[in-house]
Design a protein around this ligand. Structure first.
Ligand SMILES: [Zn+2]
Length: 228
């Protein structure tokens, strides 16, 4: 699995410290239509990945997860089909990232402690924190939540410890709002729910290091989530 997050030191740490659970190969009888041209597609092999997941905070597992590959019969574009709850191009899945960053930004843990608890390096925890701080504007996320569901309580903007904490808090509000209006999510954290929904509904995957990151245009104020 290509993963820009993972340096050599991290990889060794994960291999040593996390149990590996091998998932069976699962796929529907037919692949979904092509995302580019909506043409029919056919199954075209598997790609084996090794995501790190946390079904509950602090309970980390490394999976051997085979992902089915498909290819469009019209435009011949190949694509990978991700089961719900798995985000592309990330070894550490979004709920793990959110847990580790929240431990520092909200819980006041040291970076070193949070890194040890989440089987990663301090460098990764710092990188994830910067990424979340730059992901979106907290006030804009609150505005989107109110737009989607006007009953969303205007959260008092108490002084947050940091921009990272403010964005994390706003993502929690928006994630809870998506659940309330009926968007199906399997993720636990606001970060996971918001980005996971964007990916499933709009095919948008936010890169970790590709310059300034933005949420999908569909999440702009006025955009409404389609329940799927
Ligand atoms: Zn196509």
């Amino acid at each position: 699995m290509s993963d820009v997050l993972l340096g050599g030191a991290d990889r060794k740490l994960v291999l040593r410290s996390l149990p590996l659970v091998v998932e069976p190969r699962r796929r529907d009888e037919r692949p979904p239509p092509c995302r580019s041209c909506y043409g029919a597609s056919w199954w075209n092999g598997w790609r084996v990945t090794y995501p790190v997941v946390a079904l509950s905070p602090g309970e980390l597992t490394r999976l051997e997860l085979p992902l089915p590959r498909a290819r469009c019969s019209c435009c011949h574009v190949g694509f990978t089909c991700y089961p719900a709850g798995f985000y592309p191009r990330r070894q550490y899945q979004l709920d793990v990232v959110a847990d580790a960053v929240a431990a520092v930004a909200v819980g006041g843990e040291s970076v070193a402690d949070a890194a040890a608890t989440h089987a990663t390096s301090a460098t990764s925890v710092r990188r994830w924190s910067r990424w979340i701080a730059a992901l979106a504007d907290g006030a804009a996320l609150h505005a989107i939540a109110s737009e989607i569901d006007p009953s969303t309580a205007a959260v008092a903007t108490a002084t947050q410890r940091s921009r990272t904490a403010a964005v994390l808090g706003a993502l929690e509000v928006l994630g809870a709002t998506l659940v309330r209006v009926g968007v199906a999510v399997v993720e636990r954290t606001g970060l996971g729910r918001v980005l996971g929904w964007q990916h499933r509904a709009h095919g948008v995957a936010v890169a970790l290091v590709a310059g300034p990151t933005r949420l999908s245009p569909a999440m702009a104020p006025g955009g409404r989530p389609l329940t799927r």
